[in-house]
Design a protein around this ligand. Structure first.
Ligand SMILES: C[S@@+](CC[C@H](N)C(=O)[O-])C[C@H]1O[C@@H](n2cnc3c(N)ncnc32)[C@H](O)[C@@H]1O
Length: 582
């Protein structure tokens, strides 16, 4: 790391003295040896013989050049020189994370190629299993931290959590490396490699990548599925879909069908998607976790309105994913540090979809979300009061879900994990909810079948049941409507969002049951009563209205309108995407 800090000075001296023309040391070794010679402990050690030999012809010139540089810059020692170069204040840089594209090569081959290039592998993939065996998540994390902070320039190692990920010392120039250009390695943050690996669709499965461009995770899915089965990859943005398609082709993913489409418009009941069991949702987010941006510190992305809008989109995408009839596992990720886009989304989704439970994301990972009751996760602007104040008071559910989410979801951050800020949740459909149960649900009204109500109550208490049921019914109506084309969908959505919550409820639920539950709920404070009602979805509603308007126009004969409105929706999305993370 120290060599890294001095790198601009070292490179200047190497250039000035012509040492880069030496063919006795590789580029990386030359930099390390120069650092040791000029700023470090020197090259007196017994093992330094061959390095001394390599640098000897330039040793005198280098020392003279450094002396002159210090004089010119008015620095009396190395530390002052660093300051003069403006390097002192630099934070620890991000290590270079690399995912091996297993469709084109192997981890062993990549290790060998970098070693042949003069890099030093301090931990090979072959040694990882033995190293982590018997260790718990906390021990694995601190081991990872020890290794990663000891990485010297041009050194690299295998990751301890993800088998196809390598990590290089910061600033290792990999952008133009032939392995990168050939897409044998993909330069992506370690945290971004977690969702596909955790979703882990088996060979031959059918998978949806709902928000896919530029396609890093799509290719990762293909790798894990060994190019078998099918990945349906969607992205709303035309240009980004082109990038996605290029990525798919160049990276050797042959099982991907990429399409420029709004995932929310994809009909889950289309027979084409009947076998979709795994869905990856990585929707637009504030991007506040991206280390290089740091704009969460300036408040640029933290506007509550913006976060609410994004959360609306994220909720809709996740809810839509859960409508696929055969879906078993849905993974959700963001590169945001905000609870609104992370824990709160999971919270609401769990309540609206009682047939889904959380699964622990990467059990060997230590860093988990902080409980809502304990403040101050780094970088977050929430506090406990705000968290509960802005939302419904979940009473007994609040603690249960808080506990569940903080135990099973995953957080990543630069300070703890040397990655971008990231969040991952894995939803799994519970076995109690077979497809038959689900299809049958639409025909039941609450209260008519106490057994069924009892089953659901296993997931949430009576008071909340009515609202959860309402959302389920909404969703089944949307599915029915989608079978009857655009007009029907529009009508159904209109019904859902144009009327009062009361009107909607009476459309959806058995009157008697509704009255019974409303009477009971009236006793409670208004804010406490619902789990996922229209207010909760205010943000979603806003999105719905925009799509709604679009659809209404689309039903007219005016083809120009058609284009304009579609463009309008895309523009809105693009505005959100202005801060996205690729
Ligand atoms: C965070 S990026 C996805 C990154 C991608 N998963 C990867 O790993 O390369 C979010 C993407 O979601 C797309 N998006 C947003 N809303 C969408 C929608 N309703 N349907 C499909 N794609 C959408 C955006 O265009 C953007 O490309």
């Amino acid at each position: 790391m120290e060599t890294q800090r001095y790198l601009p000075i070292i490179e200047k001296l190497i250039e000035e003295t012509g040492a880069h023309e030496s063919n006795m040391l590789s580029d990386c070794l030359l930099r390390v040896v120069t650092y040791e010679l000029l700023f470090g402990k020197g090259l007196g050690g017994r093992d330094a013989g061959s390095f001394r030999k390599g640098i000897r012809p330039y040793q005198r010139k280098m020392k003279d050049a450094l002396k002159k540089l210090k004089e010119d810059m008015g620095a009396s020692n190395g530390k002052e020189l660093l300051e003069k170069f403006g390097l002192q204040a630099k934070e620890d840089p991000m290590p270079r994370w690399v995912r091996v594209n297993l469709l084109k090569t192997t981890v062993q081959e990549v290790e060998d190629i970098f070693i042949a290039d003069g890099c030093i592998c301090i931990l090979s993939w072959k040694a990882v299993d033995d190293l982590v065996r018997g260790k718990d998540a906390k021990a694995i994390s601190s081991l990872m931290d020890e290794y990663i902070t000891s990485l010297q320039p041009w050194q690299f190692m295998s990751d301890l959590h993800l088998p196809d990920v390598l990590v290089f010392s910061p600033a290792t120039p990999l952008f133009k490396h032939h392995l990168t250009l050939d897409k044998k390695i993909i330069l992506m943050d370690k945290a971004s490699c977690i969702p596909a690996r955790v979703l882990s669709p088996p060979r031959d499965s059918h998978v949806v990548d709902a928000c896919a461009a530029p396609g890093n995770k799509t290719n990762h899915l293909s790798c894990i599925m060994q190019n078998t089965g099918k990945v349906f990859a969607f992205d709303l943005d035309q240009k980004r879909t082109e990038t996605l398609k290029a990525m798919v082709e160049k990276s050797g993913s042959t099982n991907v069908e990429a399409q420029c489409a709004d995932f929310l418009e994809i009909d889950p009941t289309d027979p084409k998607y009947a076998k979709v069991t795994h869905i990856l949702t990585d929707p637009s987010c504030s991007g506040s976790g991206i280390v290089s941006r740091k704009d969460h510190l300036t408040g640029e992305t933290t506007s509550r309105t913006r976060l609410k809008l994004l959360r609306g989109l994220q909720l809709r995408i996740l809810n839509h994913a859960m409508l696929f009839p055969a879906v078993e596992r849905v993974i959700y990720s963001t590169c945001s540090v905000h609870r609104e886009e992370n824990e709160e989304v999971v919270w609401r989704i769990l309540e609206a979809n009682p047939e889904f439970d959380l699964e622990t994301v990467l059990p060997s990972w230590h860093h988990r979300p902080t409980k809502a009751s304990s403040r101050n996760e780094e970088g977050e602007d929430q506090n406990e009061e705000e968290y509960y104040e802005t939302d419904v008071n979940y009473s007994h559910l609040r603690e249960k879900l808080d506990e569940e989410i903080t135990r099973k979801c995953l957080r990543a951050s630069f300070n703890v994990d040397k990655t971008n800020g990231f969040f991952v949740a894995l939803f799994k459909k519970s076995r109690n909810f077979s497809n038959e149960t689900r299809q049958g649900e639409g025909e039941h009204t609450v209260g008519e079948d106490e057994t069924q109500e009892g089953e659901v109550e296993g997931n949430c208490k009576d008071d909340e049941y009515a609202e959860v049921e309402q959302v389920k019914e909404d969703r089944s109506k949307l599915m029915d409507a989608s079978e009857h084309g655009l007009d029907a969908t529009t009508k159904s959505k209109k019904r859902r969002f144009s009327g009062s919550a009361e009107e909607d409820s009476s459309l959806i639920k058995g009157e008697n049951s509704l009255k019974k539950k409303k009477k009971k709920r009236k006793k409670d404070k208004t804010r406490d009563q619902s789990i996922l009602n229209e207010d909760d979805f205010g943000d979603v509603k806003q999105f719905d209205h925009s799509l709604e308007d679009a659809k209404v126009t689309l039903t007219s004969d005016d083809a120009d309108n058609d284009v304009d409105v579609k463009a309008d929706v895309v523009v809105r999305d693009k505005e959100e995407e202005a801060t996205r993370f690729d």
